[in-house]
Design a protein around this ligand. Sequence first.
Ligand SMILES: Cc1ncc(COP(=O)(O)O)c(C=O)c1O
Length: 456
Amino acid sequence: MAPGAQIDLDVIDSLIRREEATLEPTRRASIEYRATADRFVAGGVASSWQDSPPHAIFIDRGKGNRIWDIDQNEYIDFHLGYGAMVVGHAHPKIVEAIQRQAELGTHFAQPTKHLDVIGENLAERFRLPLWRFANSGTEATLEAGRLMRANTGRDMLVKIEGSYHGHHDSLMFSVAPDPAEMGPREHPATVAQAEGIPQAFADLVRVVPFNDLEAARAVFDELDGQIAGMIVEPAMMNCGVILPEPGYLQGLKDLCHAHGAYLAFDEVKTGATLAYGGAVESFGVVPDIVCLAKAIGGGTPCGAIGATRELYQPIVDGTYDMAGTFNGNPLTMAASQAALLEVLVPEAYEQFDRVDKAMKDGLTAVIEETGLPAYVSGVGAKGSVIYSTTPVREYRDVVGIDERISYLAWLFQQNRGVFKSPWTKQETWTLSVWHTEDDAARYVANFEEFAKAVTA
Ligand SMILES: Cc1ncc(COP(=O)(O)O)c(C=O)c1O
């Protein structure tokens, strides 16, 4: 195939049929258990995003960089629980911290003596002075929106088209909007991502394309004095990895401040994965709020919200309450403390960078050799192959990429001992501290088989 040539979708379809037929007999236990769970659990899965074609795969156990499904297939895990398990599975330090805390009690809804240690570590990483804790990324971004609204007395929020910030009603808009509904690029529609979200919430959110400062400026000018703040994933992680262009993030911060509004980074995926200090460190911009979850919990349900003293003043004063029964839960805090202070130490990021380089070099060499129309994008523990020859800058650049290609790439890996995140929307891979260059080589070898089959 010539460099940049089109992929033949008929070839893709027939390879999908072949790979699905190979997969199915080796996943019988998962397929059967689904029918059992179906009797009492809606859809047979705990979250709709634990299910993806051809069928949900139920996991038995994990250790380090490996997981085993209930058919006892062994995989190198690049899914890592949607990017939460950068510490790897059953890390001895996390297991020990959880066991120790379990014997001391798992929940009090009273503060414990983990707060200062974790708060100080997060303040050092993300350069924001004050923190509160929650139980998920959804809660973290919900609190961010409310903090911005409370501090400005304004209702409007701005978000990026194609970004996901969790499943609460304030921001679950235009996550993966259907092209027929997304409206013109100069004024994207605010498209509810789920049934049941009232239009009143949509009316309070404006959507703009990533990497386009002028588009954001136009909205701030149009709604001058009405916008509480903007939330942005500093590098988009749900459309492959889309990096911010130089000056974009600082430009957004300046724009927000010029209009008396705040800027929040949703670092649920990038935090403590791109670098020790997440996107704040990688891109050198400190926003007013950082939302964290996933990696900081060492594999327990977690969330954290960092902000300036100014933004936290109403909480400090008691003017309004940021609350939750399980916020600062000691089991989560014990795991989080071990993850942040003992596992995700600076050397871990050197390891991520080494393996990331092996992934990028290997995959890029395959792409060049086969002429597959694709490129590789990533930072630290996060990366992806994007099936486009021109750099993708925003969500609208990926909507035209046929999802069958990434589905087939997922099937090739799955059938050859590598667990990747479900394939829709070009999900990223995640590395753990247990991943080595050998694991990268396995991923690359599988990708080479895929690329050769597609371009043959
Ligand atoms: C960028 C981002 N923000 C927020 C969330 C929501 O996090 P959670 O699923 O923990 O509620 C996610 C989940 O994938 C995410 O990717």
